[in-house]
Write a protein that binds this ligand. Structure first.
Ligand code: ATP
Length: 252
């Protein structure tokens, strides 16, 4: 479970995230949509405990990320949009290092690392330095790193960037299985088709505020959109649909 209560972040006089309230129930996949600069990454970074909120709080499985970071973070996996990876470690070493940060080592973790590398077809790259990995391979390694300690909550920023179709499909299946086994995920994405097939509920955020919330059907009603496509709904909710030109370009 993830709960945001009045979550606010300011950069100087600019309010990037403005008093957001949101609850993502256990066992669900929740989409966070919004135009560039809407405040999605800032929100996810506060949930992950990387940025401190100016007001409000984040609860992960009931634990306050600021007041009880150890309990919150051991339950959380964060997949950032711009993955930083240590270039001079091998893939297996990086996963071992991350597991170590969570106090996990030994035979069970070695098995876990093998299992994750096998899942993502990275087995034969396990002992190669990360600097030789392609963008997509790094993305798969970062996803593995977020899963290595078996979190029950995942916070994912733009998961599809760089993934080939097979890996994208695998990620979808993995997230569905994660939710079916009680996991909770908040997924920020511009890939509307991904959100539409995967997330039973979603929020649209614009200039730091939630402008619509619910299932695709709920969003459609809130946007007063006729078409069933999430793209039109999104553009209406975020002010894009008024520009017919934009829709034509997107549809072309
Ligand atoms: P995108 O879809 O482009 O990734 P986003 O919804 O993730 O956008 P954020 O990265 O959360 O947006 O940024 C929200 C706003 O906060 C933007 O206007 C951005 O310029 C601003 N911002 C983010 N980080 C900083 C920072 N470190 N200092 C000042 N302003 C920042």
């Amino acid at each position: 479970m993830i709960r945001l209560e009045g979550l606010t972040k300011r950069y100087g006089a600019f309010t990037a995230v403005d008093a957001i309230d949101l609850e993502v129930p256990k066992g669900s996949l929740f989409g966070l949509l919004g135009p560039n600069g809407a405040g999605k990454t800032t929100t996810l970074r506060m949930i992950a405990g990387i940025l401190q909120p100016d007001e409000g709080r984040v609860l992960v499985e009931g634990f306050d990320v600021v007041r009880d970071p150890y309990q919150a973070k051991r339950r959380l996996g964060y997949i950032p949009d711009r993955p930083f990876v240590y270039e001079k470690l091998t893939g297996a070493e990086l996963l071992r290092f991350v597991a170590g940060l969570y106090g996990q080592d030994g035979a069970a973790i070695e098995e876990r690392i093998e299992e994750l590398l096998r899942l993502w077809d990275l087995e034969r790259w396990a002992d190669e330095l990360v600097e030789s990995y392609s963008h997509g391979m790094r993305q798969k390694l970062i996803i593995s790193a977020a899963l290595v300690h078996r979190p029950t909550v995942l916070v994912i920023d733009e998961p599809m960037v760089g993934l080939d179709p097979k890996s994208a499909r695998l990620l979808k299946d993995l997230l569905r299985a994660f939710a079916q086994t009680g996991g909770t995920a908040l997924i920020s994405t511009h890939t509307l088709a991904f959100a539409e097939v995967l997330c039973e509920r979603m929020a649209v955020i614009d200039t730091g505020r939630i402008v619509a919330l619910g299932s695709v059907e709920d969003l459609r009603a809130q946007a007063k959109a006729e078409s069933s496509g999430l793209e039109e709904i999104f553009l209406r909710l975020t002010g894009g649909a008024a520009e017919g030109e934009l829709l034509r370009v997107l549809e072309g």
